[in-house]
Ligand binder design. Sequence first.
Ligand code: ZN
Length: 249
Amino acid sequence: MIDSHCHLDHCEPPDATLVEHAREAGVTRLATVGIDAASAGRAVDAAHAHEEVFAVVGRHPHEAAGFGDADVEAIERVAADPAVRAIGETGLDYYRDRAPRADQLRGFEAQIDLARRLGLPVVVHTREAEEDTFAILRDRADGVTVVLHCFSAPGRLEECVERGYVCSFAGNVTYPKATELQAAARDVPAALLMVETDSPYLSPQPVRGKPNEPANVVATAEHVADLRGVSYAELEAAVERTAARVFGW
Ligand SMILES: [Zn+2]
């Protein structure tokens, strides 16, 4: 299995422990996401230290205040490392609004452009900002592989499929009340399906309320396999194929 999105540097246990737990659970590839310059550096270091780990680097919408050309250049420099397999997470968060919206928008557009220039996928975070996020992707992301991390737009599944956006489901798909999300996880084509933990956040139902870690992606994957009426092995093979195509690992 793979974990398409985690934040090793936000988790309390050391990276080596998290990777060891993941390995014991059968999780053989994980993408750890850097959300600002310091965190991107830690993501690359983790990727160098552990063969299972790859890095995603960019500027999170929460960290987008004042985003400018120098930030694009800084991300580009880090992304030159072969351990980096995607740009992000970037996007829009109008729920927390931790950075001015104009800065979030500028950072999002610039990182889509950067992803295209570097031939890397872009990992997208969107919260309470679906309208603007999808409009920007429509206008700007042609030719870029788009990953919708912590997929949360079940009402737009058709558009996602049409445009080939990869939908990565997090632990919240396992929550009993998440029926619309569950329907999306059932219906999305396997070629566009990934799973993630978003560790240390969003623990799946069996460990809900506790800090999450990459090994727990197995619980989410089991749930998604059940929803789709396929075996865990079949789901795993499909998700691994999709992730290998997206991240080139
Ligand atoms: Zn994240």
